[in-house]
Each structure stands twice: as C-alpha cells, then as structure tokens.
Ligand binder design. Structure first.
Ligand SMILES: Nc1ncnc2c1ncn2[C@@H]1O[C@H](COP(=O)(O)OP(=O)(O)O)[C@@H](O)[C@H]1O
Ligand SMILES: [Mg+2]
Length: 256
C-alpha cells in the first residue's frame, strides 16, 4: 500500500512544549495514521500524556504551558489562533486513566454532548444513545437501566460509558491516556477489543505503560524518552527489531 499525506489524520512536526520554564517535549515529530491505532510508550514522566493532551489542546488548560512547532489536523493548524478549540475537542475526543462519568444517568451521560451541540429531538437523542452504547460494547449490559446512575456501574463499564460519551459527538480521533490502568484484566481485555473494533471507523492514539498491550493492539508505536520521540515506527518493528539500543533496552524490561 502506498502511504500518502492524507493517510495522516494528525501530523506533528518539531514540537517543543514548556510548562513554565521546564521543557517537557523536545522536537517531537510523528504522524498519526488514519484508521489505525498508535501507541505511545516510555517510562513514567517521559511526556506521553503531555504529547497526547497537546493533540486536542487539553494543555491549554494548564497555566504557563507553551507550545512551539506545528500540529496539523486534517491539514489545519490545531494551534492557529483562529482554531475553534471546542470544535477540535469534539473531533478529537479524550478518554482518561480514571473513568470520569458525570454524576447523572447513563442516558444523560451519553446525550450530554449532543444536547450541548443543539440536538433536542427526543427520538434522535435516543438513537444516538443506543448507537453509541452499542458501539462501545455496553448496550447489552445497560439497555434496561438507562435512567439509573452511571456511578453505579463497575469501573470497566464506566470506562466504556466514557467511550460512548466521546462517540456520541462523532469524533474522528479518540485519545486514550492509560485507559485500562485502573481496571482488572477482564475489563482491560474488553477495552482492548473495543479499541480494535473502533479502529475501523476512528483513529485511536493510546498511551500505555503496558508494553504487551501496545504490541497486542497497536499498528504504530512511538517510544518516548526524556521528552523526545526516541523511536517511532510500525509496532512489529519497534518490538521485534528496534533500530535504537535504548528502545531495545526498554522493551526488554531493562529499565522503566
Ligand atoms: N501540569 C503540569 N505542570 C507542570 N509540569 C507538568 C505538568 N504535567 C506534566 N508535567 C511534567 O512534564 C513531564 C512529562 O509528564 P507527563 O507528560 O505526564 O509524562 P508521562 O505521561 O509520560 O508519565 C514530567 O516531568 C512532568 O512532571
Ligand atoms: Mg501520563
């Protein structure tokens, strides 16, 4: 298959990022391929979450955070002063380490985003709720209790609900920051299966400290070290035949 520019939904070029005086990303470049899963791995504090959060301008919420370089999303500059930040965060959704459902019903969690975007029709909202919950592999477990509190769900169910909530506003990209690190192995495996299922229609970028997870589900892997992209490539290559000795030492568990 020939790879063209348009296969990259996000294009990151020479990005430097500072929190106040402290630089956290150094000259990071990488593509995010459309309809693929890209994993970011590397030791704690190496900048994985920072890089992920910069893709939908979540770092704007951090005082004193400054970015230089270029980040394109479908050809437009994510950091242009004209960019509609809320629009970016709708099209590039985010799932966090700790599931964070709103303290409201399952239905209202999923319909919240569409309602904010002006969808009022009850039938249309019901349809979005069902479609999003089916897509996040939660429908069968919750269809008979949509009006019960989301907080009564298990951790794994809550995380799939957060994914349904992100899907409800029809994003193109879903960013996941260690989405399974608070979950048991069964719940983790459901989220992994779901990520692989979502890849057909969406683009997924997942931060994980679990290298088995990265090698199981991702197509591309970026190995980060001390704020730099130490190595980026196809996942098989990174895990079976890394180019850098540092990558080899990390994936074989010699540090981290
Ligand atoms: N909100 C913040 N304010 C200041 N420094 C931060 C903030 N978030 C992260 N950092 C720093 O940036 C570096 C990268 O952190 P992070 O992106 O969270 O790494 P990782 O996700 O790989 O563990 C670390 O040195 C961390 O202390
Ligand atoms: Mg992190």
């Amino acid at each position: 298959m020939v790879t063209t520019e348009s296969d990259n939904v996000i294009e990151i070029s020479n990005v430097n990022l500072w929190y106040g005086d402290k630089q956290a990303l150094f000259d990071v470049s990488m593509p995010v391929r459309r309809n693929r899963i890209t994993a970011l791995i590397g030791p704690s504090g190496c900048g994985k979450s920072t890089l992920l959060r910069s893709m939908n301008r979540m770092n704007d919420l951090v005082d004193g955070c400054r970015l230089e370089g270029r980040m394109l999303f479908g050809g437009t500059d994510i950091y242009s002063p004209n960019t509609d930040v809320n629009g970016i965060r709708t099209r590039i959704g985010m799932i966090f380490q700790k599931p964070n459902p709103f303290p409201m019903s399952i239905r209202d969690n999923v319909s919240y985003g569409p309602r904010i975007h002006g969808v009022e029709d009850r039938e249309e909202l019901d349809e979005i709720v069902e479609r999003s919950l089916v897509r996040s592999a939660l429908w069968d477990e919750v269809h008979d209790r949509l009006d019960k509190s989301a907080l009564a769900l298990s951790g794994g169910q809550q995380q799939r609900l957060c994914i349904a909530r992100a899907l409800a506003v029809s994003p193109e990209v879903i960013l996941m920051d260690e989405p399974t690190s608070a979950l048991d192995p069964m719940a983790t495996s459901k989220i992994e299966d779901l990520a692989c299922e979502l890849e057909k229609d969406y683009t997924v970028v997942i931060v994980t400290h679990n290298m088995q997870q990265a090698s199981r589900i991702s197509d591309y892997t970026g190995f980060m070290y001390l704020g730099k992209m130490a190595e980026f490539g196809r996942t098989e290559g990174i895990f079976n035949k890394p180019k850098e000795e540092l990558t080899e030492r990390y994936i074989t568990g010699r540090f981290g």
